[in-house]
Design a protein around this ligand. Sequence first.
Ligand code: SER
Length: 314
Amino acid sequence: MKRIILTGALGQIGTELTVKLREIYGEDNVLATDIKEPVDSPLEGKPFETLDVTNYEEMERIAREFKADTIMHLAALLSATCEKNPHLAWEINMGGLVNALEVARNLNLQFFTPSSIGSFGPSTPKDQTPQTTIQRPVTMYGVNKVSGELLCDYYYEKFGVDTRGVRFPGLISHVREPGGGTTDYAVEIYFEAVKNGKYTSFIDKGTFMDMMYMDDAIQAIIDLMEADADKLEDRNAFNVSKLSFDPEILAESIRRHYPDFELSYDVDPVRQGIAESWPNSIDSSEAKRQWGFDAKFDIDKMTDTMIEAIKKKI
Ligand code: SER
């Protein structure tokens, strides 16, 4: 029987992951936690505890009392927010991660946390970036993510904690919008297309980044956590991605629904700089080979689903 606790459950990934895990494992077997209260969230009125991930004692108490056997650690600041406040980023992203790993070690929990395409840097090969390659990120977010990947491997090798993790691309979803990320334009564009028929992008034309629809990301987490440990040659930092596009390609997909959709640019130098330091497209073949990663949403299927859902929402 799974007993799963999530940190950062009100975030972009956590909200949909919690709902899906509850469908699979039962509502009472999944405990959502976040620093905020679940107001106007699908998690409102369901099992929930407030938790600041920099507080180790509280995290351990909640996991122990819940009798958790798994912790999914999602609480983190995204790339652009980290650049605005790098010290706070270190405190939350690394402090929270160490606490979650220590809880997993002390209570013998299976462990998941996401890394990111942000763990790569300008000297990384740009196209079909291999899983094992040069990682010299130039952002605080990237420094956090590489450190986190190494720390998760360390806890597995040194302490035998069953740590597992993926490198996510930009994730596109309509339930809970992301905040403070570089890939956020690819979510905002859909909301603006439906509401106003136009969008001003802070990422420049011709800037390719990896992306994936949220349903595929959630399934990847579940599949990796369920994967037979004997089949895993790696534990953490699996490249997973499905799509690679720039704003123009995304706009073309949207124009199938809104032929007059207008895309203009007001490039943010900070987020543009971050985007340019990341790969154009990463190679997910190890995730496919070792645990059967299989993303289903191509760009048009994603666009159709996003637009349909946003129309219902607003
Ligand atoms: N979506 C994240 C960001 O843009 C990347 O992992 O910060």
